[in-house]
Design a binder for this molecule. Structure first.
Ligand SMILES: Cc1cc2nc3c(=O)[nH]c(=O)nc-3n(C[C@H](O)[C@H](O)[C@H](O)COP(=O)(O)OP(=O)(O)OC[C@H]3O[C@@H](n4cnc5c(N)ncnc54)[C@H](O)[C@@H]3O)c2cc1C
Length: 306
């Protein structure tokens, strides 16, 4: 289908973009990578009068770590995240996540911030950002708000962003020593949205017990889910087989999947159980700086970690 008519505005400063958004309110939409918005327009599921294209605004493609925070600017594409040496070395969970989003063509355009702003519970970055306890920065003409990602996803395709705001940056806390994370996703074929996926990020004490655990779940509820009971259970425990097994059981309980063409409720819960165990093991291996065992690598690859 052909999209309905709209005006296309492509400002070259953030202030100008924010002024246009403030002027049009609900009638305007931010356009970044266009990988979700353009399909919605073509299906006529969205019909904004004005698209505020932020692609010509300089400085929004910043990806850098400073003062204990990784900053991911509004125009950082999935492909940039995936290929950044900093991300590979320090934030492998982000690389895992970017790597299983869609296909390389989509990843060349799609932005990480757009992945959150779209508010789709099937998108992959939300669960990872919940596990990492990231924050998002929302700018409007009136100023700046910093929103913990735990308060960002308010419903199906709904976020805490106001119509006059641009998500300018995601802030991810730099990992403490002995931290590691992993994202595992099952997709029916390459490029598909998740049947279910699990993000796990852990920080370990010298004796191997969990100082902090973050667990996020993709596409098993109306919003991405932070598995709070699982996280609380993990704190202070050694990440041995008994602990990861129980964590898997708890995460499956916290999932709220519905049946669809990707699978039944029982199937999706069981995926969450198994992937939570595998993601925690992978996170532990990375936290300990150990190469994963051959069998763990095989399980990881089988699970879609590639
Ligand atoms: C074939 C295909 C397969 C896909 N597979 C996956 C997948 O496996 N996993 C996955 O997670 N996603 C997948 N997607 C979805 C897509 O990758 C994300 O939703 C996309 O990254 C959104 O980012 P964008 O920059 O393209 O946003 P856009 O499409 O430009 O915008 C999406 C929405 O977010 C808003 N928005 C965007 N940026 C901002 C901002 N900075 N501030 C405020 N609002 C903003 C827009 O107004 C719009 O409402 C797929 C898409 C396609 C086309």
């Amino acid at each position: 289908m052909i999209p309905p008519r709209f005006d296309h505005v492509a400002p070259t400063t953030l202030e100008e973009a924010l002024a246009v958004l403030g002027q049009h309110g609900d009638d305007a939409k931010v356009l970044s990578g266009g990988q979700s918005l353009i399909p919605l327009l073509k299906l006529r599921l969205a019909a904004p009068a004005v698209l505020v294209d932020i692609n010509r605004i300089p400085g929004l493609d910043r990806l850098e770590e400073a003062d204990g925070v990784l900053r991911i600017g509004a125009l950082v594409r999935e492909s940039a995240l995936e290929s950044a040496d900093l991300v590979r070395r320090r934030y492998p969970i982000l690389m895992d996540t970017a790597h299983v989003i869609a296909d390389p063509l989509v990843r060349n355009m799609a932005t990480v911030c757009g992945n959150l702003a779209h508010g789709d519970p099937a998108n992959d970055h939300p669960a990872t950002m919940l596990a990492l306890e990231a924050e998002v920065v929302a700018r409007s003409a009136a100023g700046e708000r910093v929103i913990p990602v735990t308060q960002f996803f308010t419903g199906v395709f709904a976020t805490a962003l106001r119509p006059d705001e641009i998500l300018t940056e995601i802030r991810v806390p730099a990992p403490a020593p002995r931290s590691g994370g992993a994202y595992l996703k099952l997709e029916r074929k390459v490029g598909d949205f998740a049947t279910a996926a699990v993000a796990a990020q852990v920080t370990l004490a010298e004796d191997g017990t969990v100082v902090r655990a973050g667990v996020g779940l993709t596409n098993v509820g109306p919003t991405p889910i932070k598995a709070l009971q699982t996280e609380a259970f993990l704190a202070g425990k050694p990440l041995d087989d008994a602990t990861t097994r129980e964590a898997g059981r708890l995460a499956a309980e916290e999932a709220r999947p519905t049946a669809d063409r990707r699978g039944s409720v029982e199937y999706k819960r069981d995926l969450v159980r198994v992937f939570t165990m595998r993601a925690l093991r992978r996170a532990r291996d990375r936290a300990e700086g150990r190469a994963a065992t051959a069998s763990a690598e095989r399980a990881y690859a089988t699970a879609g970690g590639r």
